[in-house]
Design a protein around this ligand. Structure first.
Ligand code: NAG
Ligand code: NAG
Length: 383
C-alpha cells in the first residue's frame, strides 16, 4: 500500500528550500556601481537589508557594502559595536539626503538620543565611506579595519525618517529593535543577535499572555460564578486556586524573562511596560501571601479580607490586559497575535457577562424564596 503521508511530507521542506534559495539569491544577485564585487553576502533578517563584503586576512580589513530599502526622504545606517550587543556604543555609517545630495556621515552612538556629529570612528576606516541612492535603496560602501583584528563582530543596522532636514529617530519597536547580529566576516555565519532574542521575546509574551492574561481571569470567573451552585462547593475553590497558581507560576516565569530582556537591552527601556509588570508581580505576590492570613468564614473580618482580595485580584486582571497590549505594541508580532488575544479577551468577557446575569437571577430568586419563608439568610449567597 502506498503511504499517502510520505509525498506530502516533502512539500514543506521543498518550500523551505525554495525560500532559502530565494533569500540567498536576492543577496547574491545584487550588483554594484564602479565595478565593485564582494565575495560574501548576508541577507539580514529584518528591514530588507543585506550586507556584502570581502574580508582581507592579511591586514584584518573588510570592504563592505550595506544596502537597505528606503524612501528618498529616509535614512539608513550600518555599523559595528565593539563594546556590546545593542545600539549604545555602536560605530555607525548613516546615509541620507539631508543636504540635498546623498551623503554619509560616521558617528559613535554614545546613548539612545545621540548627537549625529560627523566624528571619527574608534576603528580605522582605510577607505572612507561613500553612499548612493538608486532603485528605492541606499547603498553604503566603506572599508573598515575590524576592531580588535577579530573576524567576529557585533553588527547593527537601521532605517528611519528624515524630518525638518535632519536624521530623526527610528521606530523603537518591531523589526527596528531586532536589527542586531553577531557576524563572522571570515565564515559568513551569523549568530545570536536578533533571532534568539526575538525567540525569547516571543516566549516572554506567550508566558505572560497565558499566565496573567488568560489563566488568572479564568480563575477569577470560576470563583465568582461556580460558587453560587451549592453542588460546586468546595470544588470551585480548588479549581480557582489551581488556575491562579498555574497562572502565577507561568506569569512569574514570563515576568523574570522580561526583566532579563530589559537588563540586556542597554539604553532602551520601555518604562511604562516595565513598571506595570513590576506592579502586577507585587500585587499578585501579595495575593498569594494574603491567602495565609485569610480569616475563617464566620470571622467578622472576613468581609474586609474579601473586599481586599477582590480589589487586588481585579486590579491584577486589568493591569495585565493593559500591559499585554503594551507588550504587543512593542513586539509587533505577526498580525494574528493581537487579534487572537482580543478574541480570547472578548470571549472571556462575553462568558462573564452571561454568567453574571445568571448569577444575579439565581441570587435574587433565592432571596425572594427566603423572604417568602420568612427565613434568615441561611442560603444567601454573598457576591
Ligand atoms: C589590505 O589587503 C588587501 C588585499 O591584499 C589590499 O587590497 C588592501 O589595499 C589592504 N588594505 C590596507 C588598508 O592595507
Ligand atoms: C590581523 O591578524 C592577521 C592574522 O590573523 C595578521 O596577519 C594581521 O597582520 C593582523 N593585522 C593587524 C592590523 O593587526
Amino acid at each position: 500500500m502506498a503511504r499517502p503521508g510520505h509525498s506530502t511530507a516533502w512539500l514543506p521542506l521543498l518550500v523551505l528550500l525554495f525560500a532559502a534559495g530565494a533569500t540567498a539569491q536576492s543577496c547574491l544577485s545584487a550588483t554594484f556601481t564602479g565595478g565593485r564585487t564582494f565575495l560574501k553576502c548576508n541577507q539580514l533578517p529584518v528591514l530588507g537589508a543585506s550586507l556584502h563584503w570581502t574580508y582581507h586576512a592579511v591586514n584584518g580589513t573588510a570592504d563592505i557594502a550595506f544596502r537597505a530599502p528606503s524612501g528618498a526622504d529616509g535614512w539608513v545606517g550600518w555599523g559595528i559595536n565593539p563594546s556590546g550587543g545593542g545600539m549604545a556604543g555602536s560605530n555607525v555609517f548613516i546615509a541620507s539626503q539631508t543636504s540635498g545630495a546623498v551623503s554619509v556621515l560616521t558617528t559613535i552612538l554614545r546613548n539612545t538620543t545621540p548627537t549625529l556629529d560627523n566624528t571619527a570612528l574608534s576603528f580605522d576606516v582605510p577607505v572612507p565611506a561613500s553612499a548612493e541612492y538608486a532603485g528605492g535603496a541606499y547603498t553604503i560602501y566603506a572599508t573598515v579595519a575590524l576592531p580588535g583584528n577579530t573576524t567576529s563582530q557585533n553588527t547593527v543596522w537601521q532605517a528611519g525618517p528624515v524630518s525638518g532636514g535632519r536624521v530623526s529617530q527610528h521606530s523603537i519597536s518591531g523589526p527596528n529593535v531586532q536589527s542586531v547580529q553577531r557576524l563572522d566576516f571570515l565564515s559568513g555565519t551569523s549568530t545570536g543577535g536578533s533571532n534568539s532574542r526575538l525567540h525569547r521575546r516571543n516566549l516572554h509574551g506567550v508566558l505572560n499572555a497565558v499566565g496573567w492574561g488568560i489563566l488568572i481571569p479564568l480563575g477569577a470567573m470560576i470563583a465568582r460564578y461556580l460558587r453560587v451552585f451549592e453542588a460546586a462547593d468546595p470544588a470551585w475553590f480548588y479549581l480557582h486556586i489551581t488556575c491562579q497558581i498555574s497562572g502565577y507560576v507561568l506569569g512569574v516565569a514570563g515576568w523574570g524573562l522580561g526583566l532579563k530582556l530589559g537588563s540586556e537591552s542597554k539604553g532602551l527601556t520601555y518604562t511604562t511596560h516595565r513598571n506595570i509588570g513590576i506592579a502586577i508581580f507585587c500585587l499578585a505576590t501579595l495575593q498569594v501571601f494574603a491567602l495565609f492570613l485569610r480569616p475563617d468564614k464566620k470571622n467578622k473580618y472576613r468581609v474586609y479580607w474579601n473586599a481586599y482580595h477582590h480589589s487586588v485580584g481585579y486590579s491584577v486582571i486589568v493591569l495585565a490586559a493593559v500591559n499585554i497590549f503594551k507588550g504587543l505594541n512593542i513586539l509587533k508580532p505577526v498580525t494574528g497575535w493581537k487579534t487572537s488575544y482580543i478574541v480570547i479577551l472578548a470571549t472571556l468577557a462575553g462568558v462573564a457577562l452571561v454568567l453574571e446575569a445568571i448569577t444575579w437571577a439565581i441570587v435574587l430568586r433565592r432571596r425572594k424564596r427566603n423572604q417568602a419563608y420568612g427565613g434568615a439568610n441561611g442560603t444567601g449567597v454573598q457576591l
